[in-house]
Design a protein around this ligand. Sequence first.
Ligand code: NAP
Ligand code: F7E
Length: 339
Amino acid sequence: MSKSAMLTGANGQDGSYLAEFLLEKGYRVYGLIRRSSTVTTERIAHLIGRPDFELITGDVTDATGVHRVIQRLRPDEVYNLAAQSHVGDSFDVPSATFEVNAVGVLNLLETIRTESPHTRFYQASTSELFGNSPPPQDENTPFIPRSPYAVAKLAAHNLVHIYREGYGVFACAGILFNHESERRGEEFVTRKITKYLARLAVAMENNGGNPPHDWTKLALGNLDAKRDWSFVGDMVRGMWLMLQQDQPDDFVLASGESHSVREFLELAFKSLGVDYRDFVRIDPKFFRPAEVNYLCGDATKARQVLGWSPRVSFEELITRMVESDVARERDSHGLRCAS
Ligand code: NAP
Ligand code: F7E
């Protein structure tokens, strides 16, 4: 019989890739998504209608709803990807961030403990837990959170340990470093850059190879922050591997390479043959009250125990994101011109 998995955050970046990955493996997949007044299912539109994929309306902060859904499905695996995932925004909405990112996890774990103890649980922990602990960061590096987002994620991370050790729940935490794709939210720095670049590329194509004279610059914050960026497709494979082990555990997933936002800009703009410095301005609005300066993960444990390693390089990731955004921009430009 095929296995079943419930994904929270199924319509998010990671959720959409994980749903595809699990369906490919023959799972029956249930995606929990929040009610919204606008369409939020673009990333999984191609999966809707499949007999092995079902969407369920729910919110991880709603304890009774979570209880009801898990009690009904009793899935083999639950992947908790739901979060207010924007670190910068967590300074503006700290309570809401805590409610989703910490209390939501408690609701899931408590229901699994009481109603579905056979269910294996994956928690989306994050490299943000490390804060400014010096790199390279691994499973033993101290956590020094620097944002409401990270504090909430640390509470959740600790809850995973309590339910694993105290109640025997098969609960794993994946301490994932940044991962991106062409489905990344447009307010995260990588996608913000590739989307801008795509608009610039198409504008130049239609202006004899030159930028239009009144072209607006891209407003960014701290260009010196360093991140360990991977491709999300590699990460979802690691999430799944964690839940297939004999014992629950925590694992860092990372590329082991770190680049600054400035380096990302340089490489991305190079593909268009222009200098990013002519197109970027610094806006203090995008600086955070507290920054995480330098993240670079050490995924030795995942490599040794899970046999996991990333397959897509930093350069390939940028190319993939730029090409996808340029193609989209060309399509929408064509549509604008035709109408
Ligand atoms: P994302 O694209 O922002 O997706 C987050 C998902 O959570 C969305 O589907 C969102 O739904 C859903 N959600 C938010 N509040 C919810 C609630 N109260 N109840 C149910 N669903 C809710 O983030 P992502 O990049 O896919 O990341 C997935 C998870 O990994 C998150 O927990 C994130 O914190 C963590 N993580 C991400 C990275 C990374 O680099 N991507 C690294 C480490 C950890 P709506 O569409 O309704 O908002
Ligand atoms: O920022 C700097 C910003 O928002 C990266 C989430 O998935 O990964 C992500 O969190 C860096 C930061 O990602 C802008 O200050 C400069 O230093 O793309 P980001 P993040 O904060 O690293 C972790 C692992 C998660 O867990 C999170 O869920 O870029 N930066 N200028 C900017 N960042 C943004 N967003 N916008 C700017 O204009």
